[in-house]
Write a protein that binds this ligand. Structure first.
Ligand SMILES: [Cu+2]
Length: 434
């Protein structure tokens, strides 16, 4: 009898997974039509998990409509300089948060970032100064620009994926090792998480990878991909998996029926993709009030075909380096000792990015975005507009830059330790400005 009682006492109890938190939304201090005014303070928290914050936890979600003007007053309460970079948004160079030609915001100072936004899409904001440490420390948030032409779903979620301090303190170590060790958080909460959705509804879900090193390889049954970095795709895609490198975004729709599903992450190596490790459950979607799954929404897909890949390049960037040396190069150079390539404002130069290293790199360009002409010789099925594109090991991407925003723009790998160890250059659009 005593043994039985003991066995009952020791029966394992399964702790219910925590519910997925929704992101806090930024408060608009001047709720007038056409403007959004937000105050952010970058400060230390004393919390080793998120040592830095833009407020209460990770940064608030800033939501705009296409054509709105955003004004953000950033107060720097950190002991170090900082900036805000608006990843994926065509802002004026002085608002881009980079320190190539502009000074960072000093401790104790307040700086106003202000610009109009004409591109709908899923963007994010983060410092571009001491970047790996400040981003990993918790300085990041989502910026959503709504398209007034898009249909309204029953519900909408924004999921920010990040990992705890992951290897930026050992840039010479094998990239991806830290990523394999640390667990993912979504909206600041440790996975696995659960979310309850109502049957018979359409949920629009925005996915943002803000990790400095980690790749996501997300899988669930019946993926319906509707948008990438720069707004809607030309057509619905139904891939088996969604791979998001650091800085990358995607949007999907969930058609919630009478059964739940689980989003898992398949461990992914920077040295060539899928690994031998088991998938990890990140988010279980449970259904309340089961009902037949609805049809997908009528998203404003254009059906645009990709631009044909021409037989020339205007600029070639060769990415090289290795984990062994921890030194990373573009065209044999390391930032800030770089050759500034220049293209005319309004031009459509063809850029070829060749990855000669044994590590994948997410190629990112500031201030302007590009169309993917081909990846390893294959054109995409539809026109594909991005600002962040993963280049596989020994891969070759050919891009058509929509060079419409003048300025000196950082062009770099978005694995932040790689960028800080040299893998960054400058692309000038238009005439040099004083
Ligand atoms: Cu890289």
């Amino acid at each position: 009898m005593r043994l039985i009682a003991l066995a009952i006492l020791c029966a394992p109890t399964v702790a219910p997974a925590q519910a997925l938190p929704r992101l806090p939304e930024a408060i608009d201090l001047e709720p007038a039509d056409g403007t959004v005014h937000v105050e952010l303070t970058a400060a230390e928290t004393g919390d080793p998990v998120f040592p830095y914050t833009y407020g209460d936890g990770i940064g608030p979600l800033i939501r705009l409509r296409r054509g709105d003007t955003l004004a953000v007053d950033l107060t720097n309460a950190l002991p170090d300089p900082t900036t805000i970079h608006w990843h994926g948004v065509a802002v004026p160079e002085a608002m881009d948060g980079t320190t190539w030609r502009f000074d960072p915001v000093q401790p104790g100072e307040t700086f106003r970032y202000t610009f109009a936004v004409e591109q709908p899409g899923t963007f994010w904001y983060h410092p571009h100064f001491d970047t790996a440490r400040q981003v990993d420390g918790g300085l990041f948030g989502a910026l959503i620009v709504d398209d007034p032409d898009a249909p309204t779903p029953d519900d909408a979620l924004t999921l920010i994926f990040d990992r705890a301090m992951e290897g930026h303190d050992s840039p010479g170590g094998p990239a991806g090792h830290g990523a394999l060790m640390a667990g993912w958080r979504i909206n600041g909460a440790h996975t696995p998480l659960t979310h309850t959705a109502r049957g018979g509804t359409v949920v629009r879900v925005r996915l943002i990878n803000v990790s400095s090193v980690g790749y996501l390889d997300l899988r669930w049954p019946g993926i319906r991909l509707i948008a990438g970095d720069q707004g809607f795709l030309p057509a619905l895609a139904t891939p088996e998996r969604i791979v998001l490198g650091p800085g990358d975004r995607a949007e999907v729709e969930w058609l919630v029926g009478d059964e739940g599903f689980t989003i898992s992450d398949h461990p992914y190596s920077l040295n060539g993709g899928a690994t031998w490790q088991d998938p990890v459950e990140l988010l279980r979607v449970e259904v309340e009030d089961p009902a037949p799954a609805p049809a997908g929404l009528d998203w404003p897909f254009t059906g645009a075909a990709p631009t044909p890949d021409p037989p020339y390049s205007d600029i070639v960037y060769v990415f090289a380096g290795s984990d062994r040396t921890g030194r990373w190069f573009i065209n044999g150079e390391q930032f800030p000792d770089v050759t500034v390539e220049a293209v005319a404002e309004g031009s459509r130069p063809v850029i070829e990015v060749r990855n000669q290293s044994p590590t994948e790199h997410p190629f990112h360009i500031h201030g302007n975005h590009f169309e993917v002409l081909s990846l390893d010789g294959e054109p995409p099925p539809h026109a594909m507009f991005e600002d962040t594109l993963n280049i596989p090991v020994h891969g070759r991407a050919r891009l058509r830059l929509l060079a419409d925003n003048p300025g000196d723009w950082m062009t770099h790998c978005h694995i932040l330790p790689h960028a800080e160890d040299g893998m960054m250059t400058v692309l000038r659009v238009g005439e040099p400005t004083p």
